[in-house]
Write a protein that binds this ligand. Structure first.
Ligand code: IYR
Length: 221
């Protein structure tokens, strides 16, 4: 079995003071990230999206298989088809498929079946998970696919935030129409649909509260 040659790890090391300052600074910056639903139509250079996708693709993955495909849609006709198909599914979901409890949980966010951002945002990034690899006719396994792709999407959202752009993690359900519309191979399944762009000038976001540390951190020392 071939194995990787090894190379020195090139990370940065900080003293304790710097370490604390870095972690505080990073948290304060991350805390500003918000899911935005009001996008501007202002174009974004493709190069930015390419770098954001490369950043996402640095995520760790099972057996380093990088089991993800990022489809970047800017074509207006394809965006229109995606919007139509997504709204059709969402309409059915909001009008019967979702439970009363689910609708109540969502009500404070004010979402509904209409998804204009699917057409107005400069880019839709549709993330697919590759449940296996296809080398010609031969199938090779991927591992921890949802975990790997989930982490990559986290990296993607962070890279978008770092660029000063905004995103929405949209999950039309069911979303198999995306495989058809984008003509994806049989080893791929849609994972997340992420519109990316600048926020609208007067974009509003819900004034929500995030859990405190003692609600999410449990120390065993
Ligand atoms: N997919 C629907 C519903 C929805 C579900 C959850 I959970 C959300 O946090 C937000 C929306 C939609 O996109 O509207």
């Amino acid at each position: 079995m071939a194995s990787y040659k090894t190379i020195p790890y090139k990370g940065e090391a900080y003293d304790e003071k710097e370490l604390i300052a870095k972690s505080v600074e990073y948290y304060n910056w991350m805390e500003k990230r918000r899911t935005v639903r009001d996008f501007s139509e202002q174009p974004v250079p493709l190069e930015v999206i390419q770098k954001i996708v490369l950043s996402a693709s640095t995520a760790p993955s099972g057996a380093h298989k990088q089991p993800w495909s990022f489809c970047v849609v800017s074509n207006p006709e394809i965006k229109k088809k995606i919007r139509q198909a997504a709204e059709k599914e969402e309409k059915e979901s909001y009008n019967g498929r979702m439970t009363q409890e689910w609708l109540e949980d969502l009500a404070p966010l004010g979402t509904d079946w209409q998804k204009p951002f699917l057409e107005t945002t400069p880019y839709l990034i549709i993330v697919f998970k590759r449940i296996y690899e296809l080398k010609g006719e031969v199938k090779r396994n991927n591992y921890y696919v949802s975990e790997s792709v989930g982490i990559a999407c986290g990296f993607l959202l962070t890279a978008i935030h770092n660029a000063g752009l905004v995103a929405l993690t949209h999950t039309p359900s069911p979303m198999n129409f995306l495989s058809k519309l984008l003509n994806r191979p049989e080893n791929e399944r849609p994972f997340l649909l992420i519109p990316v762009g600048y926020p609208a000038v007067n974009a509003l976001v819900p004034d929500l509260r995030r859990k405190d540390l003692d609600e999410v951190l449990f120390l065993y020392d």
